[in-house]
Design a protein around this ligand. Structure first.
Ligand code: ADQ
Length: 493
């Protein structure tokens, strides 16, 4: 069996001392779970900076995963990570053109670091390995590896949305970015919507086509593109919620919310997550339902993220002001409507918090998927589940149709959904939760990994009689492969 080499910007191996996970973030959570059972290597940036780049690899074996990391220069960190990744691509791909910085030095830093990553990774790649590259930080990595002669199959998965054509073209050198994607054999997106937006760009901007095998052809090359919605380790989550830490956390949360129903929000502090809109919606709810003011509280957990970037500092200031205003207006001597926490928690603590919450508010303005929505569902008590309120702009909304789906830009919709969630009878809560949990469990992180890896391995080279059958039509394949149905199992076998 060939080895799997996973490449991502940061490498966060699972750490049992932290409740089984590394640092906060959806990608880290997913990859830690995905690599747990796989033989292979996880390669990326160590998170450290040094005065001058050396390309020195640091190899470690952590919890069954071989981890290879490299340090970056301070300029790399500023231009590639804080710059092109977090000030250019992240806001643009989340439809925030107003926050997008188009600075030539960022683009140069991005290319330079991808080249450095490729040079450092090269000696680790063996002929049969397959390479799986993750996220917007590393789009040009395959291009660099191909230049160095790497012929292995290389796949790319984008964890964030692929935006509409009109937005992509605002990026200087957008063609080069898209062309670099055609050095991958397989390009994965979270949703059909992102896939279609990407295809739309390829057809109308560079006059690409789709061939009879369902591959996209452009720039004189071809690549397979499909949607692979990411999931969580649902069974693991459902089991850790029964553990001691989760139960203690649950008890503590229940004790702190006696006579009150707790609503929870858990997000990295990021402008894409719709935190301000959520708070304004909650304020609207308090205004619309004065009788509920003493009966409901919102716990918002929002660990700081990318706090060297100005847009994040600004958001933090606005949230502080908004929460102060709402608490000032609606707090009583013995109750505060919003409890706001800027730190991260262990996974098993979060599980206990989710279970104690009667509703979860997940209100991103744009989100590739949103794993919190899935974790919340996985952590519920089947006999008395809470209600998920979910933005239609989260990728997860495509699969989680039994949530209360809202438009986060509408305070009224958030207010109405809260009222509905908190007064919903147990039979409707159970019916909705069962449908949601069924999906979260079926389309979990293992299915996501296996579907992607199978599709990456699966396409035969022209004239290769020994190779496995080609993935059928991509549209069908992306739907079939991601499911845990007998047909999908047969295709994966
Ligand atoms: P993120 O933008 O980081 O991920 P999300 O999918 O919600 O967003 O994942 C956040 C993860 O961080 C969750 O697993 C959550 O439990 C964890 N987390 C959040 N707050 C925490 C806290 N205070 N303490 C501990 N853990 C915390 C990106 C994309 C998403 C996509 C994922 C995976 O932006 O759209 O779903 O990658 O592909």
């Amino acid at each position: 069996m060939s080895r799997l080499i996973v490449v991502s910007n940061r490498v966060n191996p699972p750490n049992p001392a932290e409740g089984g996970e590394g640092s906060v973030g959806g990608l880290a959570m997913a990859l830690a779970a995905a690599l747990r059972e796989y033989s292979g290597i996880w390669f990326g940036w160590s998170g450290k900076t040094i005065p001058e780049f050396t390309g020195q690899l640091n190899m470690q074996r952590i919890e069954g995963v071989t981890v290879a990391t490299v340090d970056l220069e301070e300029t790399d960190y500023q231009e590639y990570y804080n710059g092109y990744a977090n000030k250019t691509l992240w806001p643009l791909f989340h439809y925030r053109v107003d926050l997008t910085a188009y600075d030539r030095s960022f683009g140069e830093g991005y290319e330079r670091v991808n080249k450095r990553f490729a040079e450092t990774l090269l000696p680790l790649i063996e002929p049969d390995d397959i390479v799986w590259v993750h996220d917007y930080h590393l789009i040009p990595l395959a291009k660099e590896l191909r230049r160095m002669g790497v012929k292995n199959r290389i796949g790319f998965f984008l964890h964030i949305p692929w935006p509409a054509h009109q937005l992509v073209v605002t990026l200087p050198r957008h063609r080069q970015l898209v062309e670099a994607l055609f050095d991958y054999d397989l390009i994965g997106f979270q949703t059909e919507e992102s896939l279609q937006a990407f295809e739309g760009y390829v057809y109308s901007e560079v006059h690409g086509t789709k061939n009879a095998r369902g591959e996209l052809e452009a720039f004189g090359r071809r690549a397979q593109a499909a949607a692979f919605p990411i999931g969580v380790d649902a069974d693991d989550f459902a089991s850790i919620v029964k553990g001691e830490t989760a139960r203690k956390t649950y008890d503590r949360m229940m004790a702190h919310s006696v006579f009150r129903k707790m609503v929870v929000g858990v997000d990295r502090l990021d402008y894409s997550k719709g935190l301000e809109e959520r708070l304004i919606g909650f304020e609207r709810f308090l205004h619309d339902h004065p009788d509920m003011v003493r009966e409901v509280m919102l716990l918002q957990i929002a660990p700081l993220s990318r706090d060297e970037v100005e847009a994040y500092q600004d958001l933090r200031g606005r949230l502080d002001g908004l929460i102060g205003r709402i608490n000032g207006a609606y707090a009583e001597m013995d109750s505060t409507p919003i409890r706001y926490v800027n730190r991260s928690y262990r996974r098993d603590e979060l599980a206990g918090v989710y279970r104690a919450a009667k509703a979860a508010l997940v209100t991103p303005l744009r989100d590739g998927m949103n794993l919190v929505a899935k974790e919340y569902v996985a952590a519920q008590d089947p006999e008395d589940p809470g209600v998920l309120i979910l933005s239609r702009f989260a990728g997860a909304a495509r699969q989680m149709k039994d949530a209360l789906i809202i438009n986060p830009n509408s305070p009224e919709e958030i207010s109405d959904a809260l009222e509905r969630a908190l007064s919903m009878d147990v039979s409707e809560r159970k019916r909705r939760w069962e449908a949601l949990f069924d999906n979260v469990q079926r389309e979990d992180v293992t299915a996501w990994r296996d579907n992607f890896v199978t599709a990456l391995r699966g396409r035969p080279e022209a004239g290769d009689e020994e190779a496995p059958a080609p993935v059928r039509s991509l549209d069908v394949a992306s739907k079939v492969l991601r499911a845990k149905t007998p047909e999908a199992k047969a295709m994966r076998a």
